[in-house]
Design a protein around this ligand. Structure first.
Ligand code: SF4
Ligand code: SF4
Length: 466
């Protein structure tokens, strides 16, 4: 171990202390070193645990050099990792559009109880025309380095399938002429409350463009009684059977990837817990990928009493079951740990108005679909001059990063999950407060994430030594 390497550690001592966290189990047996900017975790055997515990608890950098000199042997053994930590640059705000959402259909056959978009219309029942899409793609691809994902949203986007049919080859054309650096992911968020013909057409489009990655996200709230109550067709007609048939069709054709459930008090009142929903979708459609999102509503029949605790509570239930002897829950615990360890690091709690934008059928640009139609949040219009829109996008980035960038938030700045957490800071605003990162459930959330990482690390260690 050379002196220059020791010096590198000493001069970057504060960076190490800021970036590394020692997670230890209550029984003190298991310890994990967690590198927060990369979201990587390392199982520590006893000797390494002692070393990192001393290193990170050493408060005076002037003592560190002499302490390190006494520990050079240990330092040599972990030099590769240490060098990685020292050189790792935390991620900043991306220069790309991470998601460009197009409200291509402000019409919808459904009439969901919690719809924030006035039954899908955003107070203007209309469809986006292809010229507006072209203009949106043209300006956003010029003003940003790259568009990572284009999301077709509504209303019900499949009601404007003819436009989607034109958009996909156009995006391909933009890629082929070099206006887009890569082919963006094409994401379609649908309630599937449409005729089979439209689903068949979607399948045909997907098959015609095998070079694109398509993601279909189905909004579906669970068992028949729940779906029919929460997501009926307009006129209160039940939607379950039609949506289920369309789900079956997607599944038979290998196109069913992800379901998003809006979880409400109606689920609670009917005794349906989040894990019942996971079992439901697995049994009916062999689908494991289920996102359960707590409803944003002040209506007492829908609103959850503990909305902010919803995610932390779900994880806590799984961990409790595992710790109480239900070893089958290890898969769920591991899934939670992997969600953290495999996530792309991000400095933003939410990218709305910074790296994510929504364009409505008139070409108006908003930070998020939750705010579309509220002119107080209008960023600009795709038909504005590029310079005017550029300035408005810069102002939007400045405005929203003050609230959504976790490095601006006192609690997130020092939290081991700073580069992981994502959530909705707009929900508190819609519920009557200011836009902010909600912190009520942070202590519980941190505890369950820590426990899931420790349980997974212990399991992996036991397996690799058996
Ligand atoms: S499917 Fe979506 S847009 Fe249509 S009513 Fe339901 S929540 Fe609103
Ligand atoms: S757990 Fe809370 S404090 Fe920590 S990063 Fe997430 S939101 Fe911020």
């Amino acid at each position: 171990m050379e002196n220059s390497e020791l010096e590198l550690v000493v001069t970057n001592f504060h960076k190490l202390k800021k970036d590394l966290f020692l997670l230890t189990a209550k029984n003190n047996k298991t310890a994990v070193l967690y590198h927060r900017p990369s979201l990587k975790a390392y199982y520590l055997e006893q000797q390494y645990k002692q070393f990192f515990s001393c290193l990170l608890n050493n408060t005076d950098p002037s003592h560190v050099f002499s302490w390190l000199e006494k520990n050079t042997q240990m330092l040599s053994k972990i030099w590769n990792e240490l060098e990685y930590f020292l050189r790792y640059e935390s991620i900043g705000i991306s220069e790309n559009v991470e998601r460009l959402t197009l409200l291509i259909s402000q019409k919808c056959g459904q009439n969901c109880k919690y719809c924030y978009a006035g039954g899908g219309t955003y107070a203007n029942p209309s469809s986006m025309n292809f010229d507006t899409v072209k203009r949106a793609l043209e300006v956003f691809s010029k003003l940003f380095n790259y568009i990572e994902k284009i999301q077709f949203f509504g209303g019900e986007p499949l009601l404007n399938i003819n436009c989607i049919e034109k958009i996909v080859p156009y995006v391909n054309h933009l890629y082929e002429v070099g206006s887009l650096e890569k082919r963006p992911i094409l994401n379609i968020v649908t309630g599937l409350g449409v005729s089979k013909k439209l689903i068949e057409k979607l399948k045909m489009i997907i098959q015609q463009f095998p070079d694109f990655e398509f993601e279909i996200v189905v909004s579906f709230d669970g068992p028949e009684k729940i779906q029919n109550y929460l997501r009926p067709f307009k006129g209160r007609f039940p939607s379950y059977e039609i949506v289920k048939e369309n789900m079956d069709y997607l599944q038979e054709n290998g196109l069913l990837q992800l379901v998003e459930v809006t979880y409400t008090n109606y689920h609670v009142k009917n005794g349906i817990k989040p894990f019942d929903l996971r079992s439901f979708f697995y049994e009916k459609f062999k689908l494991e990928n289920v996102i359960i999102v707590p409803v944003i509503s002040n209506d007492p029949t829908l609103a959850l009493t503990n909305r902010d605790f919803f995610i932390a509570n779900e994880y806590q239930t799984v961990i409790n079951r595992y710790q109480n002897g239900n070893k089958k829950e290890i898969d769920s615990v591991e899934r939670l740990a992997n969600q953290v360890l495999n996530a792309p690091p991000t400095c933003l709690y939410c990218g709305s108005g910074i790296t994510e934008f929504v364009v409505d059928s008139e070409g108006d640009v908003f930070p998020c679909q939750l705010l579309a139609s509220n002119k107080n949040f209008l960023v600009g219009n795709v038909y504005d001059t590029k310079e005017k829109l550029r300035q408005n996008l810069i102002t939007s980035k400045q405005k929203y990063s003050k609230i959504f960038d976790k490095s601006e938030d006192n609690e997130c700045q020092t939290c081991f999950l700073q580069f992981f957490c994502r959530g909705c800071p707009i929900a508190p605003y819609l519920l009557g407060n200011s836009m902010h990162i909600p912190h009520e459930s942070c202590p519980l959330f941190k505890e369950v994430v820590k426990n899931s990482i420790l349980i997974k690390a212990e399991k992996d260690f036991v397996e690799s030594n058996s």
